[in-house]
Design a protein around this ligand. Sequence first.
Ligand SMILES: NC(=O)c1ccc[n+]([C@@H]2O[C@H](COP(=O)([O-])OP(=O)(O)OC[C@H]3O[C@@H](n4cnc5c(N)ncnc54)[C@H](OP(=O)(O)O)[C@@H]3O)[C@@H](O)[C@H]2O)c1
Length: 317
Amino acid sequence: MADTTFGPKGWTPERLGDQSGKTYLITGANAGAGFQAARTLLNKNAKLVMLNRSKAKSEAAITKLKQEFGINADVSFIRMDLSVLDSVRKAADEVLKFVPRIDALINNAAIAQVPTRKLTVDGFESQLGTNHYGHFLLNGLLFDRIAESKGRIVVVASLGYNMGLKTIKFDDMNWDQGYGANTAYSQSKLAQMMFAYELQDRLAAAGRGDVQVFVYHPGSSATSLITTSGSRTMRFIWWLMTKTPMVQTAEQGSYPEVMCATEETLTKQRALYGPTGRMEMVGPVGRGTLNTHAHDKPVMTRLWDESEKAVGFNWNL
Ligand SMILES: NC(=O)c1ccc[n+]([C@@H]2O[C@H](COP(=O)([O-])OP(=O)(O)OC[C@H]3O[C@@H](n4cnc5c(N)ncnc54)[C@H](OP(=O)(O)O)[C@@H]3O)[C@@H](O)[C@H]2O)c1
């Protein structure tokens, strides 16, 4: 049954109060849902730090945002390529130097539906490397600053977690066998969700209530995700889909992201937030269905341990 916590229209930015004094970090905020979330937060006077891969796209995004919200809009970017662990480490160093508080770190950036198997410079399958390992390391490096700020970690899932293997392929993390653009993407998003749910468990076990961790997905939203990294066929299918009511706007896709970063009344962390309308792909934002394979305890514990080894970082919670 659809969640009615926020009324028939679901959560919308109309609920968002003044954000003066708050700082939000968003990965991949120069396009798509991340850019729209940036707009909503700046509109309420938040300070926004984007962690983006492309310098040119980031500068263009900042110009656009300053045109809309004025020259004094507090928006900046730090260059970070999530697919390169060294770049993540450098970006985290800069954040720790220049950003004194983090009210929420929104793990928004991703690549999707990469048609052929590629490895990152660190030797990971590209989608797992970018979407999961890059963010896993970034969150670990920034965790203390988020905790000092009593902030939130927001992780972006995808309904794709219900596709593919629905578990982690530990014996072949890099897909030496049986690579598929969608299966590998689905696993990378499942890995991100497992990271978040395992982090919730570890924080609870350590008796820490200083950081909250929320997971959401944007449903099916007209962003540049497929056009950036998907195959020609996928791009065509996606283009056709965007002409149907099964796809909502990028702005609507950003609502759950902003909700999870800001909504004070949101308390249930072991949940999946997002659109609650047709097939949970579009519609009013609230709490959706969370299937149990996303928090299969032995799998997520093992993934955590393997991820620490893979990125060479121990969380020490
Ligand atoms: N759109 C949907 O229907 C949908 C559905 C389910 C889940 N999602 C999730 O929603 C989130 C937002 O995606 P979107 O749909 O808004 O896609 P998008 O328009 O393609 O935006 C993705 C952002 O990620 C950045 N990015 C990609 N690779 C990066 C890297 N290596 N390092 C740093 N940044 C990187 C991109 O910036 P550059 O181009 O500069 O690299 C871009 O700003 C993603 O996590 C995606 O998995 C989207």
